[in-house]
Design a protein. Structure first.
Length: 129
C-alpha cells in the first residue's frame, strides 16, 4: 500500500514538472514574438517632426531630465522635458505603457513635433536600453 502512494506522488510530480515546462515554453515564445514585433515597428518622421535619442538622468513625475545622445554615442546638452499625460511609451518588448515605467539610466527615442508657436511636443517614446 505504501508503494502505491509513493508511485502516485512521483506521477503527480512528473506531471507538474511537464505542465510547468510547457507553460515556460509558451511564455518564452510570446516574449520572442513581442520582441520581433517591436523591432519591426517602423518609425515614420513627418514634416515638423524630429526623432532624438536621450539618456535619462532624472525622472520626477512626468518631468524628465536627460542628455541628448549623438550618433557617435556621445552625450550632448542636458535638457528637461515635460511628458504629456497619455503619451505612449513603448517598451523593448513592444508593449505600450505609461511614463511611470521610465527611470534614470534608460536610453530612449523621442518623437518630437514642433507646432505653430515653435513649441516642441513629445508625441511618442520608445525605450531602447
Amino acid at each position: 500500500m505504501y508503494k502505491k502512494k509513493k508511485s502516485k506522488v512521483w506521477i503527480w510530480l512528473v506531471l507538474l514538472i511537464l505542465v510547468m515546462a510547457a507553460g515556460g515554453g509558451v511564455y518564452g515564445y510570446q516574449q520572442v514574438m513581442a520582441q520581433q514585433e517591436a523591432e519591426e515597428e517602423e518609425i515614420v518622421v513627418l514634416e515638423n517632426q524630429e526623432l532624438i535619442h536621450v539618456r535619462i538622468m532624472k525622472m520626477l513625475g512626468n518631468e524628465m531630465t536627460g542628455s541628448i545622445v549623438t550618433e557617435e554615442n556621445k552625450q550632448g546638452e542636458t535638457q528637461t522635458w515635460m511628458i504629456p499625460v497619455g503619451t505612449d511609451i513603448v517598451t523593448k518588448l513592444g508593449t505600450t505603457t505609461t511614463f511611470a515605467r521610465l527611470s534614470s539610466g534608460d536610453t530612449i527615442q523621442m518623437l518630437m513635433q514642433e507646432d505653430e508657436a515653435d513649441d516642441r511636443n513629445i508625441l511618442k517614446i520608445w525605450i531602447t536600453q
